[in-house]
Design a protein around this ligand. Structure first.
Ligand SMILES: CCCCCCC/C=C/C(=O)SCCNC(=O)CCNC(=O)[C@H](O)C(C)(C)COP(=O)(O)OP(=O)(O)OC[C@H]1O[C@@H](n2cnc3c(N)ncnc32)[C@H](O)[C@@H]1OP(=O)(O)O
Length: 730
């Protein structure tokens, strides 16, 4: 039985049982319905308590069953909504005892109960929108009636999860307890036996609308369109809430169902659900040598050190402190230390304020302390050190040599680099097995991704410790192998190059960005480059002799070693145009450090003159071709990364892109996207591009892509077996 019943006096306690998160699978729903009907008819039962096994109310409808559900037949036959209706219509009081989580359909079930008691540490939310859906079991009709339209709109359209004390303030739950929510619920159930229930049924509550409700809903749609470019579910959620506002409850439920079904089998919903499971799958890492997440022994990190308090170091220090880890922050000179400590303190103050506002001043755990010092010897007691100085191999090696002699035996040594060789850095230490790459993304206290780059000698203990740490820091860690640029930046390079080639061929930064932003990227390649800083790539190209003083004399302007090369970004940097940080880059900004990109006539004129000087003929490229020209080489590089064994599966690449590179989640990630549009299409276009541009090697289709197409394009979950890894995780 997926729903268990036991009787306490005259109270029937129904426990949802479906480990690990008590997901409401079709079987659980049928079982719940049976037990609910049974206890409603049982004359000895006077009240009902609903709870979940093992301290978790419910993680919502069972997402795994969605792909096997036929919306036309299965959902119409029986749905969670019917269970909710039976609970709500019951003449006996039904009390939800919310422990752990009540998310999605789990919270919708709780909303159908007459009372809700939550444990103080419980969290609730209608998270369906993040899975490309809407709360389709009455959530869009009940929540606005319970807490008002503005608050419900915010929760439903963002999928926000709130802690129990906030849920009480909002009116979602009636009270919180530090003790057992189930005991408290039983107590309340006994107390309210015989009391009238009509006012407790949310379906009977009139909806309180602010006078400007129409513009509230319309403005929300505009805002959400900008925030979640191209994503349907956020928009459809607003329409479901509009139905709650305009229609009586029963009709609103019918409309909600219709809108739910319009999303249920969409490609976007499939992509979001794939992204959800991909994130879980990357946590279960394995290495080619057989080490894996199950057998490794992660260590708890209590004290961590950060070396270098530039932008990255600041964010990393804040991230650690927010996770209640004690931080020692080291800089090399007084001035840098003062600048860094001021910045860290300011960010921490802002974060404290945000936390207090979010938790509504509920007593919560404070942040870990940060000690600022110039003294490297302060690192001797750190459990883990993250070096975050700028990208310079000699400097990093010098630091790691020092760390070897200062840090306690067993301390983990991490380098925050976006592409330098981890093995070379590890080679100067006394403990290469305890050295690893931790590639954070800026701003490091906000961005979710952590690329965990294992070196040749990295032990399973350091991999599992850092993967665990990523979860503690509320990040998504992905284990990748050591190669130049690792995974994320390796795929980014051809994408950016292709975008720049488009400028040579006659397009403008605005046109290219618009296509990629309409696709769903938060920022197109040029706005993103301006944000990241154009000088970073420039310095690295100088280091590699692609430009600057090390460039061999006589090198053709638009070629390097026979390959197409565009000097446009280099010229911009030579002009002092580094992007936002200098107030100008591919765009112009209102001030140095400004955020609002505006068309820059200088850039347009410069591009025009450049094309004229090099006698480049303008090409007519459609918006669709711009998209394929930029994205397919990125995807192709993804296949090459898989072929090289740098990432262990397509999910790893997609998780990296969804969480670190602004890829639209409702498109699943580049590899998922390729599977959706069809591998033959990607291959044919790459072949065509490569034929016409043999001097761009990244357009040459990868062997893996060709092999998969030859085999009839198997589904993504089978690609991994093609790679022949000994420890396939699928
Ligand atoms: C068919 C028509 C039905 C009509 C339904 C009406 C509308 C309702 C829709 C929904 O309810 S959609 C689901 C909404 N729920 C969520 O979005 C919650 C998703 N889960 C989470 O956020 C987290 O998993 C958690 C519950 C907060 C737990 O986090 P934790 O870090 O503790 O563990 P995880 O590693 O994330 O998960 C453990 C394990 O459980 C699996 N899982 C989690 N939630 C679900 C779920 N709703 N359905 C199925 N499976 C779920 C997760 O994949 C992990 O499994 P493994 O991957 O380790 O095997």
């Amino acid at each position: 039985m997926a729903a268990l019943k036991h009787i306490v006096g005259s109270v029937a306690v129904i426990t949802i049982r479906n480990p690990p998160v008590n997901a409401l699978s079709p079987q659980v729903q049928v079982s719940l319905m049976e037990v609910l009907k049974d206890v409603t008819l049982d004359p000895s039962v006077k009240a009902i308590v609903l709870c979940g096994e093992n301290g978790k109310f419910s993680g919502g409808a069972d997402i795994r069953t969605f792909s096997k559900t036929d919306p036309k037949t299965d959902i119409k036959r029986m749905s969670l909504d019917d269970v909710n209706s039976v609970a709500e219509r019951s003449r006996k009081p039904v009390v939800a005892a919310v422990e752990g989580v009540a998310l999605g359909g789990g919270l919708e079930l709780a909303l159908a109960c007459h009372y809700r008691i939550a444990h103080v540490k419980a969290r609730v939310g209608l998270t369906e929108v993040l899975l490309g859906l809407l709360p389709g079991a009455g959530g869009t009709q009940r929540l606005p009636r319970l807490i008002g339209v503005p608050a419900a709109l915010d929760m439903i359209t963002t999928g926000k999860i709130v802690p129990a004390p906030v849920a009480v303030k909002l009116g979602i739950v009636d009270s919180v307890t530090e003790g057992s929510a189930v005991e408290e619920a039983i107590h309340l159930a006994q107390k309210v036996v015989g009391q009238p229930l009509e006012s407790r049924r949310i379906c009977s509550k009139p909806i309180q609308c602010p006078p400007n409700v129409d513009s509230l809903l319309n403005d929300a749609k505009v805002k959400l369109k900008k925030q979640f470019r191209g994503a349907e579910s956020h928009q459809v959620c607003v329409e479901a809430i509009r139905a709650a506002v305009q229609l009586p409850f029963a009709e609103g439920i019918v409309k909600e169902r219709e809108l739910f079904l319009s999303l249920f089998n969409s490609d976007q919903a499939k992509a979001c659900q794939y992204a959800f499971f991909a994130e879980r799958s990357v946590a279960k890492w394995t290495t080619p040598s057989g080490a894996n997440w199950k057998s490794a022994s992660p260590q708890t990190i209590r004290t961590a050190a950060v070396i270098g308090l530039g932008t990255m170091g600041q964010g990393i220090a804040v991230s650690l402190a927010k996770a209640q880890i004690q931080v020692i922050a080291v800089e090399q000179d007084e001035q840098q230390l003062e600048k860094g400590s001021k910045a860290v303190t300011a960010i921490l103050e802002r974060e404290t304020l945000k936390k207090q506002q979010f938790e509504l001043a509920h007593k919560s755990d404070s942040f870990g302390s940060v000690t600022f010092t110039l003294d490297f010897n302060a690192l001797k007691n750190a459990d883990l050190v993250i070096e975050a100085v700028y990208e310079n191999m000699a400097l990093k090696k010098e630091i790691f040599q020092r760390l070897s002699s200062i840090c306690k035996p067993g301390a983990f040594l991490c380098t925050n680099t976006s592409g330098l060789d981890i093995d070379e850095i590890a080679s100067v230490t006394d403990r290469p097995h305890l050295v690893i790459g931790t590639h954070f993304f800026s701003p490091a206290h906000l961005m979710k991704l952590l690329e965990v780059v294992r070196g040749y000698h990295s032990s399973s203990t350091i991999i599992s410790t850092v993967m665990n740490l990523s979860k503690v820091l509320n990040k998504v860690g992905v284990v990748v192998d050591n190669c130049p640029l690792f995974v994320g930046n390796r795929l980014l390079l051809p994408y950016i190059n292709q975008a720049v080639f488009l400028l040579e061929d006659g397009r403008t930064p605005e046109e290219v960005d618009q296509v990629l932003e309409e696709f769903g990227y938060a920022m197109g390649p040029f706005r993103m480059s301006d944000l990241a800083g154009l000088d970073i790539g420039w310095r690295s190209r100088m280091e590699f002799g692609l430009t600057g003083p090390k460039l061999l004399p006589g090198a053709p302007v638009r070629q390097r070693e026979g390959k197409r090369y565009s000097p446009l970004p280099d010229i911009l940097c030579e002009e002092g145009r580094f992007g936002q940080k200098s107030g100008k880059g591919w765009y112009q900004y209102e001030t140095v450090g400004g955020r609002n990109a505006a068309r820059d006539p200088w850039v347009h004129n410069f591009l025009h003159e450049y094309r004229r000087a090099h006698a480049i003929k303008q090409k007519n490229v459609s918006q669709g071709e711009i998209l394929e020209w930029c994205l397919y080489p990125l995807i192709n590089e993804g296949f090459k990364v898989l072929e090289d064994g740098i990432a262990s599966g397509p999910e790893d690449i997609d998780v990296i892109y969804n969480n670190g590179y602004g890829w639209p989640r409702h498109k699943g990630g580049p590899m998922f996207y390729a599977s959706m549009i069809g591998l033959p299409r990607v291959l044919v276009k790459l072949e065509e591009f490569y034929k016409n541009n043999p001097d761009i090697p990244s357009l040459k289709p990868s062997n893996l892509l060709k092999a998969l197409v030859k085999q009839g394009s198997p589904p993504l979950k089978e690609w991994r077996s093609q790679l022949g890894y000994p420890n396939s995780r699928l």
